[in-house]
Design a protein around this ligand. Structure first.
Ligand code: ADP
Length: 302
């Protein structure tokens, strides 16, 4: 059974339709990404799932519960990340964890949780004195302390430096490995590609595509590119004969090969067979950025 089911969700703000007939289902145990540019309707969608906004049409179920139905069970199955302004500045990490775990019927051991989140030495530190990365980790801890079945994490690495961002990604995987399904809202392609099992690509309130990261890239017809300098003269036909190869171009002493599938293996095997070593070999994989451009006709970041 799907943990979250969204069916033809519609949400308007006055004359503006922010979410326009979006449908998807999140399966148990997956990291499901909602990806799209700023203003696409991502937060509105998850706020409807969290019961914070009332849809104008469509249905939503979270573990079978209608978020609009006032069922208090929702707070036990769905853990939502706080907006930082919701936490009093002077509350310490330990106080916040103890307070939040008291809200739940079956919380996890919060001391163990903050140890996993490397916040143990900050237990007596006030929220306002935490670094951006530490505040993010605390807000993730608060989202999962209630031992929810699904955690909603919205733009969780915005404003973090690259190392803190990678640490946060590792953390999300750890939380998923504990059995929590993750609904992740992001506008970072790299984050979605690295973390998500499946991605709903949203643009201007509509679902553009729903697939695995690899499936989205494949669907967009994104081609891999390989560039190298052959150590000996190379007959282009050696490579164009390969089914994986779409084109072979030369630029000075460089050869540029585009194609699909297991392109790198096919090309390097063919070169080895001809005793040619590819020097300065570079591989450009197509990315979700390429997929977004192919699916919407423009880049995700203007
Ligand atoms: P995203 O999370 O993808 O950036 P949002 O769901 O926040 O997008 O916003 C979708 C659209 O709805 C945007 O055009 C935004 O300006 C508008 N919007 C969001 N919240 C409100 C609101 N409370 N009142 C009016 N318009 C809103």
């Amino acid at each position: 059974m799907a943990i979250i089911e969204v069916d033809h969700l519609l949400k308007r703000y006055g004359p503006h339709t922010a979410v326009n007939g979006v449908s998807f289902a999140v399966e148990r145990g997956e990291i499901f990404g909602i990806l799209g540019p700023n203003g696409a309707g991502k937060s509105t969608t998850v706020e409807c799932i969290e019961g914070l906004r009332t849809p104008d049409a469509g249905t939503i179920r979270v573990c079978g519960i209608d978020p609009q139905g006032g069922d208090r069970e929702l707070q036990h199955v769905l853990g939502a990340q706080l907006q930082e302004s919701e936490l009093p500045d002077k509350l310490t990490v330990g106080e916040a964890m103890a307070l939040y775990s008291s809200f739940y019927r079956d919380p996890v051991d919060w001391r163990e949780l903050i140890s996993a989140l490397r916040l143990t030495d900050k237990v007596d530190t006030q929220f306002r004195h935490l670094s951006g990365g530490q505040q993010q980790r605390l807000s993730i801890a608060l989202a999962v302390v209630g031992n929810p079945r699904v955690a909603v994490l919205d733009e969780l690495t915005t404003g973090l430096d690259p190392q803190a961002r990678r640490d946060t990604w590792d953390l999300i995987e750890t939380i998923r490995d504990r059995g929590v399904t993750i609904l992740l809202v992001t506008h970072f392609m790299e984050e979605a590609e690295r973390l998500c099992d499946r991605i709903a690509l949203i643009d201007s309130g509509r679902l553009v595509a729903l697939d695995t990261p690899a499936g989205l890239i494949e669907r967009s017809g994104g081609r891999q590119r390989i560039r190298f300098r052959p150590s000996a003269p190379l007959d282009g036909a050696t490579l164009t004969a390969l089914p994986e190869v779409a084109s072979v171009e030369r630029s000075g002493d460089q050869v540029l090969v585009t194609g699909t599938g297991d392109l790198l293996l096919a090309v390097t095997t063919a070169l080895a067979r001809n005793q040619i070593v590819p020097a300065d070999l570079r591989v450009d994989q197509p990315s979700l950025d390429d997929a977004f451009v192919a699916l919407t006709g423009r880049p995700i970041h203007d």
